[in-house]
Design a protein around this ligand. Structure first.
Ligand SMILES: CC[C@H](C(=O)O)C(=O)SCCNC(=O)CCNC(=O)[C@H](O)C(C)(C)COP(=O)(O)OP(=O)(O)OC[C@H]1O[C@@H](n2cnc3c(N)ncnc32)[C@H](O)[C@@H]1OP(=O)(O)O
Ligand SMILES: [Co+2]
Length: 134
C-alpha cells in the first residue's frame, strides 16, 4: 500500500526565519510560501534529492497546528507523508483495521493539488501520518 515518503513536515513558529535557515544555513532550495487557508497553514517546501521537507506555519485562528506549537514553541517534527496510489482504497483498508481517519474521512486536496488524508497519531506510535495519492 505505501509508496515513497512524499515529505516530512516540521511545524515552525516563524516561517521567514525557518526558510532562511534552510536556504542560507543549510544551502537548500526552498519554494515560495504557499498559503493554504482551507488547511489553516502556510507551507514552504524544501526540495531534497529523495524527498521534501514541508515547513508549516499556522494560518488563521483555527489552525490545526496551533496546539502543537503551544506545546512545542520552538517547533518540531509534525507529520510524515506517505504516497499511495489509491487513497480511497487505503482509507477503507485502514478504517477496516480500526485506524482513525481524521476529519470527515474524505480526502481533501493538499498542497500539491493531490488528495490527502490524515491518520490519528495515537494509532501510529505517536506519529501523525498523512497519505497523498500520486
Ligand atoms: C494538507 C496540506 C498540507 C500538505 O501536506 O498538503 C499539510 O500537511 S497541512 C498539515 C496541517 N493539518 C493537519 O495536521 C491536519 C490533521 N491534524 C489534525 O487533525 C490535528 O492536528 C490532530 C487531531 C492530529 C491533533 O489536534 P490537536 O493537537 O488540536 O489535538 P490534541 O491536542 O487533542 O491532540 C491529541 C493527541 O495527539 C497528539 N498530537 C497532536 N498533534 C500531533 C502530531 N503532529 N504528532 C504527534 N502527536 C500529536 C497530542 O499531543 C495529543 O496527545 P496526548 O497524549 O493526548 O496529549
Ligand atoms: Co503534509
Amino acid at each position: 500500500m505505501l509508496g515513497k515518503v512524499n515529505h516530512i513536515a516540521i511545524a515552525v513558529p516563524d516561517m521567514a526565519a525557518a526558510t532562511a535557515t534552510y536556504r542560507d544555513t543549510l544551502g537548500a532550495k526552498v519554494s515560495p510560501p504557499q498559503a493554504l487557508p482551507e488547511h489553516g497553514v502556510t507551507v514552504v517546501f524544501v526540495e531534497l534529492p529523495n524527498t521534501k521537507v514541508e515547513l508549516l506555519e499556522p494560518l488563521g485562528d483555527a489552525s490545526p497546528i496551533s496546539t502543537f506549537l503551544e506545546k512545542s514553541p520552538a517547533g518540531g517534527m509534525h507529520h510524515i507523508c506517505y504516497e499511495v496510489d489509491d487513497i480511497v482504497a487505503a482509507r477503507d483498508r485502514l478504517a477496516a483495521n480500526g485506524a482513525r481517519v481524521l476529519g470527515d474521512g474524505n480526502p481533501k486536496i493538499g498542497a500539491h493539488g493531490k488528495p490527502v488524508l490524515f491518520l490519528h497519531p495515537k494509532d501510529f506510535f505517536g506519529t501523525l501520518v498523512e497519505l497523498e495519492e500520486v
